[in-house]
Design a protein around this ligand. Structure first.
Ligand code: AHR
Length: 321
């Protein structure tokens, strides 16, 4: 007689303990520490907005830190997230190298790390759980293929190209350069005559384009900019030099932000290759899966297109960033 009662009592105690524990666990929101590159471009602004909005929608407690394009600020932010014992650390690395030590600190603290937008070069891939972002080499190839096609349709004459590179050591700068060079290699008439960093900003893009125009003048036929903001800065420099952007100098760029569509509608930019910044919802979902112990893909890529000036007016109203 006594045994079943005792069992019932024990079962009731256990159930009560579980009931008390479950709501307490369920009520605690997921905390993600996110270190952003900075606010260097229209693309980055859209990326930050996507992450903040998605966190709000998912009920995630987001600790956001802006690194102002400095790796040391990102390292500091990651260490502070470790000290605060966040559930997940996510970041978009300014540059590719130099992350081994701090990522190992996160791993030792058992805090999973998700990379967004840009990847890192590490000898141990277990230092991060997933990388969500574009294929930058392919973006460079797409830009190069568009130019190959343009050259073919426009008399197959020699074309001198100047290149505005992104931040030195960053994955998009390295990979877009590689992809573009690979795509144009088959046409020896396409020559890169100058290549310099504009750090992904409008101001720097303008400054470097001014220098290119000063030294190369009318020799320049094409500008390949690693992002739209540098292309927009360069457009200003070209106009101030008395030339017509999009006509005297063909401009190929990457991102697909609204500013690029505006420039294309005005005939000042010839094509933009899309790089999708709307990574917030995928990041939140991936973080939730990781914390729930579900398997997540090591690499998550995003769908992207190529938008030449001819389609700009039609596509513009559908753009989300
Ligand atoms: O990493 C993505 C790149 O960084 C975008 O192309 C650029 O606009 C940004 O600054």
């Amino acid at each position: 007689m006594t045994l079943p009662i005792r069992r019932t009592f024990l079962a009731a105690v256990a159930a009560a303990a579980c009931a008390a524990a479950i709501p307490a666990f369920a009520a605690r929101p997921l905390t993600i520490g996110f270190s952003q590159v900075g606010a260097e471009s229209e693309w980055r602004t859209a990326n930050t907005a996507s992450i903040k909005e998605a966190a709000k929608q998912a009920g995630v407690n987001l600790k956001f830190a802006d690194a102002q394009q400095q790796q040391q600020n990102q390292v500091k932010a990651i260490r502070s997230f470790i000290a605060q014992r966040v559930d997940v650390i996510a970041f978009s690395p300014v540059v590719e190298t130099g992350w081994e030590t701090v990522l190992r600190e996160a791993k030792n603290a058992k805090i999973p790390v998700i990379l967004t937008d840009r990847s890192v070069k590490v000898s141990d891939p277990s230092l991060y759980v997933s990388f969500i972002g574009s294929d930058f080499v392919e973006e460079g190839r797409r830009a190069g293929r568009w130019l190959m096609d343009y050259a073919k349709k426009n008399g197959d004459r020699p074309l001198n190209i100047v290149e505005l590179q992104g931040t030195v050591g960053s994955a998009p700068a390295t990979d877009r350069k590689t992809g573009f060079a690979e795509a144009i290699a088959a046409n020896p008439k396409l020559k890169i005559i100058r290549s310099q960093t504009g750090d992904f900003t409008r101001a720097k893009g303008k400054e470097v384009m001014e220098a290119f125009l000063k030294s190369e003048g009318k020799k320049i036929n094409v500008l390949f900019a690693h992002n739209d903001d540098m292309a927009i800065g360069a457009i200003q420099a070209i106009e101030e030099a008395g030339l017509k952007p999009g006509k005297d100098i063909v401009i190929v760029s990457i991102d697909g932000v609204r500013g690029a569509f505006e420039a294309m509608k005005q005939g000042k930019l010839n094509v933009t290759v899309e790089c999708n910044p709307l990574l917030g919802p995928t990041l939140m979902q991936t973080a939730q899966n990781v914390v729930a112990g579900k398997p997540v893909p090591k690499r998550i890529t995003v769908e992207e297109g190529v938008f030449p000036a001819e389609v700009a007016a039609k596509v513009f109203p559908t753009r989300k960033y």
